[in-house]
Design a protein around this ligand. Sequence first.
Ligand code: SAM
Ligand code: SF4
Length: 322
Amino acid sequence: MLIDGHGRKVNYLRVSVTERCNFRCQYCMPEKPFTWVPKENLLSFDELFKFIKVAIDQGIDKIRITGGEPLLREDLDKFIKLISDYKPDIDLALTTNGFLLPQVAQKLKDAGLKRLNISLDSLKPAVAAQIAQKNVLGSVLEGIEKALEVGLKVKINMVPLKGINDGEILDILEFSRERGVQVRFIEYMENTHANSTIRGLFGKEILEIIKQRYTIKKIGRAPNSPSFSYQILENGYVFGLIDPHKHDFCEDCNRIRLTAEGYLIPCLYFDEAKSIAEAVREGDIDRASEILKDVLANKPKENRWSEDESEGSSRAFFETGG
Ligand code: SAM
Ligand code: SF4
């Protein structure tokens, strides 16, 4: 069992398989083109899997693959199958912008993927294009339908932004409800890579908008989850709200992140990270295991998004996978 320096049990590994992305979401990536980490610096799927086996053997039983855009990485289905074959009962999920899903949803399902979170920030083509800086909506909607059709369990993620898509909170809630999938509204987390004019909505502002149409009841938070569940009394639908500006979910944080370059990151907010790349490349599994324990021993107690005047984290979401 993996325990961190604050006595929290860690059983959840988020693996970012690439920082590259086919979108340029204004809340996630810099406006101007920039250079990516050279491909040779990325760990291969075999190398990532060597570490994943260590992590699973020590108690990780939930893995989420993310990015950048994970579907951009070739042979992702084979990577998923490696993990799924090693531990068939693992809770294996993926977060994607959905753009490439129409082509790969079936392959992912066949490889052993169980759950998918798909980002959907707008149902208006022009607004979706404004946020992603690309004409994306048609393919994303097709991707959502395809994922449901092949039998993947889907959740929708939306980041409400002031003056951009905040008028669509109820539309995206209804879209999700009609398809029987849960939507989770995520507070915009300030970071130095985003467009500096972007402003997010706080959780209470998101709830106020939903309350204009519905009566809602707070259900609470599943253990270890950053998402608070709310139920709409008129129809029973349950949606989620992730509001990291109140860091009350840090107390039972169970997660650790691995980047495509092999950095182990103990908290999304902070810059701290240690690389397992060399250890894994040299096949030194004991050293990789020691680095994992060391990173866990130094996992911060809580994030700092709540601090006023802060411009947020310097961590890039497209590197860490959110
Ligand atoms: N490209 C995939 C996607 O967009 O779903 C996976 C990676 S993305 C970094 C993972 C999640 O982080 C997405 O749901 C995205 O909306 C969210 N995200 C990115 N930047 C964010 C920010 N500044 N604040 C809150 N959520 C953010
Ligand atoms: Fe790409 Fe996801 Fe970041 Fe958007 S949020 S730029 S889709 S990594």
